[in-house]
Design a protein. Structure first.
Length: 119
């Protein structure tokens, strides 16, 4: 993934990650039910996702499937957040997330295990 995804694009991907391959018509119906979007809005977001290379279109039937996983999108968005708000410093992100919160011994152990895996 090379480009930032907007909230609308992530909503569409969430549906595809949950449901699998869907026709554009099915996506439009789900988006209308879940977000109140019109068919035109849904098709516009689908086109943007196709242009960004995160959704593939298959004919016949204008079927859509995700080309990125939820994990890939999360990693990209997290990296963007770290760069934008924490000057690229992951440890500052973690410190911000934890704030003044007291961690249990189990939470500290899991964090140490995660750090060990990253080394």
């Amino acid at each position: 993934m090379e480009q930032k995804l907007f909230d609308s694009e992530l909503k569409l991907l969430e549906l595809l990650w949950a449901e699998g391959e869907l026709s554009a018509k099915q996506l439009a119906e789900l988006c209308r039910e879940k977000t109140g979007w019109s068919k035109t809005t849904t098709y516009t977001v689908i086109k943007k996702c196709i242009d960004k290379g995160v959704i593939a279109r298959r004919e016949p039937g204008f079927f859509c499937r995700p080309l990125v996983t939820r994990e890939e999108a999360q990693q990209f968005e997290t990296a963007e957040l770290i760069d934008r708000l924490f000057d690229g410093s992951a440890d500052r992100l973690v410190a911000s997330l934890l704030g003044g919160r007291k961690l249990s011994a189990q939470e500290i152990r899991r964090l140490r295990e995660l750090v060990d895996q990253l080394e």
